[in-house]
Write a protein that binds this ligand. Structure first.
Ligand SMILES: *Cc1c(COP(=O)(O)O)cnc(C)c1O
Length: 236
């Protein structure tokens, strides 16, 4: 047997324990934090093995890659989220295929999602992606411009804003990283307190393989874990 299958089982078990531990340390319980398996570059047989271990939420970065793999996946009871940068011209290909788009990073992208969602007579669930570190190289909305974009998107009738997502900058130490996570948590709480129509601030998506425990301690309730489950990614 391919030992990678055993590794995946053990990794998922170990990560679940760590999630549970961090959730309890942050005054919550394991079920308050969703565990997403990030499946970019991962072959369907391994993704299906993760699903067989109880994974019920997967994240893919690229529209094309997801559409190619989708038919080989056992997705009957699995939620699918797009987490990578989405170009407006690809919205129509993916909008009916995923349960959520976590990577809405501009009003213009939201406008195209609104247009396509209306066409399909559906509501698109989205998270707004924030560039919390203000890095040039990263996608995500600028913190300073965020509020204005947020209100524009909240007006769109076929979009339901469900929360926020971020990828923090690479930090030298945990306290620097915690600052970014805490800023996001504060933003999340502040918006939730506004009780805006069409907006339910339920999801704060932050934390990846290297920092999910820290993210949970700072209030994350959805962690996106790839390489710690499936091993280092091999890009072709
Ligand atoms: C790849 C990716 C992840 C997972 O990263 P790992 O470090 O492998 O856990 C999470 N979120 C996004 C947006 C990603 O692109």
């Amino acid at each position: 047997m391919d030992t990678k299958f055993i590794d995946i089982e053990e990794n998922i078990k170990r990560i679940r324990e760590k999630i549970a531990e961090a959730a309890v340390r942050s005054g919550r319980s394991e079920k308050d934090v969703r565990f997403m398996a990030v499946t970019k570059t991962v072959a369907p047989e391994y993704i299906n093995h993760a699903i067989a271990q109880g994974i019920d939420l997967i994240g893919e970065n690229k529209v094309q890659e997801f559409l190619e793999k989708r038919d080989s996946l056992n997705l009957q009871s699995v939620e699918k989220h797009l987490i990578g940068h989405l170009q407006s011209n690809k919205v129509r290909k993916i909008i009916t295929e995923v349960d959520m788009i976590q990577s809405v990073d501009s009003v213009s992208l939201a406008k195209e999602i609104e247009r396509q969602a209306e066409k399909h007579n559906m509501t698109a669930n989205v998270l707004l992606e924030i560039n919390v570190g203000g890095e040039e190289s990263k996608t995500g909305m600028d913190k300073a411009l965020f509020e204005d974009s947020f209100f524009q998107i909240a007006e769109m009738k076929h979009i339901a804003i469900k929360g926020l997502m971020t990828i923090p900058p690479i930090c030298d130490n945990n306290s620097e990283l915690a600052k970014f996570f805490e800023q996001m948590h504060q933003l999340f709480i502040d918006i939730r307190a506004k009780n805006i129509d069409n907006v339910s601030m339920d999801i704060l998506s932050m934390g990846m393989s290297g920092d999910f425990e820290q993210a949970i301690l700072c209030g994350s309730n959805l962690v996106r874990v790839g390489s710690s489950i499936f091993g280092a990614r091999i890009y072709k």
